[in-house]
Ligand binder design. Sequence first.
Ligand SMILES: [Zn+2]
Length: 160
Amino acid sequence: MTTEDCALCAGSEMDDALMRTEVWSDSLWRLTTAEYTEVAGFSYLEPRRHIADITELDGEEAATLGSTIAATSKAIKDSTGAELVYVYVYGNGIDHLHIHLAPWREVGSPLVDEMIKGNRHIARLPSGAEVLVSDRYPLVDHEISLAAIDDIRTRLNSSG
Ligand SMILES: [Zn+2]
């Protein structure tokens, strides 16, 4: 995808089609809020510059993301009376980084904090600990999890 055919690179030109309204922006970021939504205040934070996904985040956008999420989610929380603001980044829908900021409350919210599809059940691990696991997607082999832990740690801590 190029910036010419990217719906989010079009900025405010696409807001009507995407049924959202810009509520804040600066030279790097835009925040828009959904006009038709199950959760009033559900918003999208996206860089003005085309950054395909979170793994390509760099430059000034990388330097300012934390303070920008904090300020925008605080406004959403205060405005909606939410107890929390969920932060979601998916990336397989539109090929331009966009961060979902979703006001959440304990009672009456349609939003869930589950990451795995389908029903779950309680399983007992060899250690005796109990965990919730998916009926459809069993836990991966423990050795595979440990290998991923080791590999990610190595990538982030190797010098060079
Ligand atoms: Zn784009």
